[in-house]
Write a protein that binds this ligand. Structure first.
Ligand SMILES: [Zn+2]
Ligand SMILES: [Zn+2]
Length: 319
């Protein structure tokens, strides 16, 4: 018995045990292994969206992140590790969810599709706001060793490119449906390019271009549409902003006449509210689309992005 099969067997046993212990829950729908369809596991929502849109009926997609939960700090339970082991394709973004990276390193090697490998990531500082060089040193972990910004899905044109590559990979896994995958990726590209045009037009003429956001998730969006991101926390929403960082952001918000401080659906709005109160601004949701909110409400990537566009147009007084 090789190490790989041994660890497979062990993980499967652990997973089965966990399933029985935890709930005796609703059965095997999560177990996958539908012989008719390609079992795809996605790390978090935008990758699920891509896999579902491009895979259509030929795939069964499982999202590792729960709806309504912030996915950066996702921890995997044994059942999910089992899903990673059994998946025919795992779609993930190296550097975004450390627990997923680790599980794939151990169990996923030959059946993983790394988004960061098909679409080069920007440096963590891209789309930033930089007349305050001194202060940016606060973001020590972002600046050091060429750290990369994982939030690549917030540029619709880059997401379209990732979609094309995912279609190729699905076609290699499941050659019978390769043409379908290519076709659906093309249709999705058309929709994403339309969205991109709406953003370009909608944000062309605005009174302000600085956006004060809760974590620096919007580097790709900012770069694509010539906005400047001022993040309260760093690349991960779990980072606590230092008092100096709070003071700097408050000062920046004042200096640039920000009318709105943005917060996110999946993390606490507390800090954004504090700054907003301080400078007499409002707060509004700018959704980094790391996951859909628990209510969902029939939203998807495209509809949430369009809501973001309206929010930005209002906050930045665009004509
Ligand atoms: Zn993030
Ligand atoms: Zn400034």
């Amino acid at each position: 018995m090789t190490f790989r099969t041994a660890s497979r067997a062990l993980a499967a046993a652990t997973a089965a045990l966990a399933l029985t212990l935890v709930t005796g829950c609703t059965g095997d729908e999560a177990a996958g292994n539908d012989p008719e369809r390609v079992d795809v596991v996605a790390g978090f929502y935008p990758l699920q969206f891509l896999a579902e849109r491009i895979g259509g009926n030929a795939v069964a997609v499982t999202n590792l992140a729960r709806p309504g939960a912030e996915p950066h700090d996702l921890e995997l339970n044994p059942r999910q590790v089992g899903q990673i082991i059994d998946a025919e394709l795992i779609v993930f973004l190296h550097g975004f969810q450390p627990a997923v990276d680790e599980a794939i390193e151990q169990h996923g090697g030959d059946h993983a599709f790394d988004v960061a490998e098909v679409e080069p990531l920007l440096d963590a500082t891209a789309g930033g706001h930089d007349h305050d060089h001194g202060d940016d040193h606060d973001h020590s972990d972002e600046k050091s060793d060429g750290a990369k910004d994982p939030h690549v899905w917030l540029d619709p044109t880059r997401l379209a490119t990732i979609g094309d590559k995912l279609a190729e990979r699905l076609g290699a896994v499941d050659p019978d449906h390769a043409d379908e995958y290519t076709q659906r990726a093309g249709a999705l590209r058309t929709e994403l390019e339309k969205l991109d045009t709406e953003f370009t037009e909608g944000l062309k003429t605005c009174q302000r271009r600085e956006i004060v956001v809760s974590h620096t998730a919007f580097g790709y969006l900012a770069q694509r549409y010539q906005l400047e991101q001022i993040g309260i926390t760093g690349l991960s929403p779990e980072d606590e902003p230092s008092p100096q960082r709070l003071a700097t952001v408050t000062e920046e918000a004042r200096e640039h006449g920000a009318t709105t401080i943005f917060f996110e659906t999946l993390v606490s709005p507390k800090v954004a509210e504090t700054i907003a109160r301080e400078v007499g601004a409002q707060t509004a949701v700018l959704d980094p689309l790391e996951g859909l909110s628990a209510e969902g409400g029939g939203q998807d990537y495209l509809s949430v992005m369009r809501t973001n566009l309206q929010t930005l147009r209002t906050a930045l007084s665009c004509s």
